[in-house]
Design a protein around this ligand. Structure first.
Ligand code: FAD
Length: 336
């Protein structure tokens, strides 16, 4: 009698070898990983819980404006990423205006110019998703690991990649601890009547003093051409991790007035010019490098994105490709 399937070794001729890959999460890391796998001829399917791709590379049509409420800008320092942008996406532009700190000093970008996408930064994810098999509105909460296959939502895969933030990867893979912890971040959008209002024409963004308990930075979206319609000025304010944590479960009307007050003081704007507000909550905003710990995912399971690299667009894109190389090496070994 033939032994039962789980008792077979991976080199057994009775085992059907599966080489398709499931990627969990259609943020930039997951999309980059899936594109690299697809380019290598691997069958790959992405599962995404949201009704859209991009994750934290998010753009919102708000009050008729296109507003980036996640990634503000990205760099393109490496030749590979630059080439990818030039090949797939032509409509990205540098942000010329400076970022100033609380003492009005220039905040230089160590990784070169800051870029944005004309159609909204989320369009970057849209472009990276071309040709991929993506199941939207499909959260993956658990995975079954078998000796030669991995079951995900009733289908079998040779390997699975989690492109989710660290704590979510921990739950998905049943790890003892998260590969890294994250800050949460409340983001506020403020619209004011009048364009170039207050000191907003002086710079693209201002950083708060390091001891500011309420907010980290305020970016003026008017410095991205074509984004803001009519005679308006729009700001995106990021709250500090402590403030965000404190107000994470509060309704936006509780914390928006506090952030609005700080914003108006920062840019010297009279509060009676404010015409609209909006609050967004990021539970997992940026990974905290100092909290990184070594984790050993189960056999056939891989991670990518800022659960193991820095929280920047360029870094997570590279890490998606790195994860694809690791998966390819594993599949080659699995399939002899
Ligand atoms: C407010 C803010 C501002 C930022 N500004 C910048 C910036 O200016 N420049 C920069 O370079 N970086 C910035 N970052 C960091 C950058 O956004 C991230 O590093 C990067 O987008 C992470 O990409 P990712 O693919 O690793 O993760 P994510 O974008 O988080 O992708 C994970 C995906 O998984 C999906 N998902 C979650 N749970 C499940 C599940 N159970 N099943 C299936 N799918 C699931 C999510 O919906 C999401 O689409 C910012 C981040 C925040 C929050």
């Amino acid at each position: 009698m033939l032994p039962l399937l789980p008792e077979l070794g991976i080199n057994s001729p009775f085992v059907k070898k599966t080489s398709s890959v499931a990627v969990i999460g259609a943020g930039l890391a997951g999309l980059s990983c899936a594109q690299a796998l697809r380019a290598a001829g691997v069958e790959v399917r992405i599962f995404e819980s949201a009704p859209f791709v991009g994750g934290r590379c998010a753009t919102r049509l708000w009050q008729g404006h296109l507003v980036d409420h996640g990634v503000q800008y990205f760099t393109a320092q490496s030749p590979e990423f630059k080439k990818e942008l030039l090949t797939r996406l032509r409509q990205f532009r540098p942000i010329i205006s400076p970022i100033l700190d609380s003492e009005n000093k220039l905040v230089t970008s160590p990784n070169g110019p800051r870029f944005y996408v004309l159609q909204g930064n989320n369009y970057l994810a849209h472009v990276f998703s071309h040709g991929l098999d993506i199941r939207l509105n499909t959260p993956v909460e658990s995975i079954s690991f078998r000796p030669t296959e991995i079951e995900c939502l009733g289908e079998n895969y040779g390997a699975v990649v989690s492109a989710l933030p660290g704590p979510q990867t921990m739950r998905l893979f049943g790890l003892a601890q998260a590969p890294v912890e994250y800050d949460s971040c409340l983001v506020a959008l403020f619209e004011y009547s009048g364009s170039g209002i207050g000191k907003s024409s002086e710079c693209y963004a201002r950083l708060a003093a390091p001891n500011n308990a309420v907010f980290l930075s305020s970016h003026c979206e008017n410095h991205k051409a074509g984004r803001i319609i009519g005679n308006k000025t729009v700001f995106i304010v990021q709250a500090t991790p402590a403030f965000s944590q404190q107000h994470l479960d509060a309704p936006p009307e509780k914390y928006l007035p506090l952030l609005a007050m700080e914003n108006e003081e920062l840019w010297r704007i009279p509060s009676n010019h404010r015409t609209a507000t909006y609050g967004h909550r990021w539970d997992y905003a940026r990974s905290l490098p100092q909290s990184r710990s070594r984790t050993d995912p189960p056999r056939g399971a891989f991670l990518c994105g800022d659960s193991r690299t820095d929280s920047t667009v360029e870094e997570v894109w590279h890490d998606g490709r790195k994860a694809a190389d690791e998966v390819l090496a594993y599949l080659a070994e699995l399939n002899g």
